[in-house]
Design a protein around this ligand. Structure first.
Ligand SMILES: *Cc1c(COP(=O)(O)O)cnc(C)c1O
Length: 340
């Protein structure tokens, strides 16, 4: 049995999810004719108290579309230096939207309203115009950290004062909500746009959604087409999202517990230098300086346990729907008996 802790994107649909997908009523979504896609979009818009939602093939495309509808070429967005939209979307914000990024040196992928204020450019012919603030919650490279909603509210005020759009990259948004015990509507009222992934911790094979006003989603639909993301009978995939919303949110607490347990076990072992604080399903740690990351990864691989490196000595494990208690026991045994 192979145990994959590289990412929560490796999950396979459960047989119940597959059954639900197979029985979806579909139509041509390019012509707004897929009832299952429309159902998912409406369900999410309602859940977040936002006007409209749009289905996308990937979180990257949803984020890139959000940046595109909020900015013009030459303008600038503000994000954390670890943000997915800056680091892991192929440089898309400059390619697709022609914008530059002002990168805040935050804490585990999060920053403060005061920092945002410092990064807003003055009105000048010499300097790029600041137009958008993008936050990520939970943070990916920041180890699944969750924002304090009060800071998000303070940043919203800074955005309002300075006429900036406010986007939330919520690839793992429901992980944050489960931990913080907050309601979707509390977030819906803060942001201009929110992206959500179903293919991460929610266990769907494909699919993301962008939420926003009717006007923004009208624009987003044109951009999605331009990016090549308008799809025909895609209700089969939207069905996986509907199933995940109904069945896979509460169980995220189990993933979080397993991640926290892995962190405790790592912390007790002499080969570990540091484990980052664990709030959700991501465990990031460093080995002591004498040890080689690659060799550590390979010694786990020999035991059929797969983990990944994030560079700069950071190693990562991500718990998910297909990582069971039985697998957790195996991983713990291996970690405690590792000869390196
Ligand atoms: C995974 C991820 C995305 C989008 O990824 P896709 O693979 O394109 O769906 C966006 N933001 C964050 C923080 C992510 O972790």
């Amino acid at each position: 049995m192979e145990i994959n802790l590289i990412s929560d994107t490796f999950t396979k649909p459960t047989s119940e999810m597959l059954k639900f997908m197979m029985s979806a009523k579909v139509g041509n979504d390019v012509f707004d004719g897929d009832p299952t896609v429309i159902f998912l979009q409406d369900k999410l818009a309602k859940l977040f108290g936002m006007e409209s939602a749009l289905f996308f093939p990937s979180g990257t495309m949803a984020n890139q579309t959000a940046v595109k509808i909020h900015t013009q070429p030459g303008q600038q967005l503000i994000s954390d230096k670890w943000a997915h939209i800056y680091n892991f979307e192929g440089g898309g914000v400059s390619f697709n939207s022609g914008v530059s990024c002002a990168l805040i040196d935050g804490d585990r992928g999060m920053f403060t309203a005061e920092q945002v204020r410092q990064y807003i450019n003055p009105d000048s012919i010499h300097i790029a115009e600041t137009r958008l603030v993008a936050v990520e919650n939970t943070t990916n490279k920041g180890g699944g950290a969750c924002w304090n909603i009060n800071e998000l509210i303070r940043i919203k005020s800074v955005c309002d004062e300075n006429n900036l759009a406010y986007h939330w990259d919520g690839a793992r948004l429901f992980n944050a909500m489960v931990v913080k015990n907050e309601m979707p509507k509390q977030y819906g009222e803060l942001f201009d746009t929110i992206s959500i992934c179903f293919s991460k911790s929610l266990g769907a094979p494909i699919g993301s959604v962008l939420l926003g006003s009717n006007d923004h989603m009208q624009k987003a639909k044109k951009i999605r087409k331009l990016f090549g993301g308008a799809m025909c009978q895609v209700g089969y995939m939207a069905a996986a999202g509907i199933y995940a919303l109904d069945h896979h949110i509460e169980r995220l607490a189990d993933d979080h517990q397993r991640a926290s347990y892995l962190g405790e076990v790592l912390n007790r072992n002499p080969y570990i230098k540091k484990v980052e604080p664990i709030e959700t399903n991501i465990v990031i740690f460093n080995l002591i300086d004498e040890l080689d990351d690659q060799k550590f990864i390979e010694s786990l691989q020999r035991e059929k346990i797969l983990i990944s490196s994030m560079g700069n000595g950071k190693l990562r494990m991500v718990t998910h729907l297909d990582f069971t208690d039985e697998m957790l026991e195996i991983v713990i045994k291996v970690l405690n008996n590792l000869k390196i």
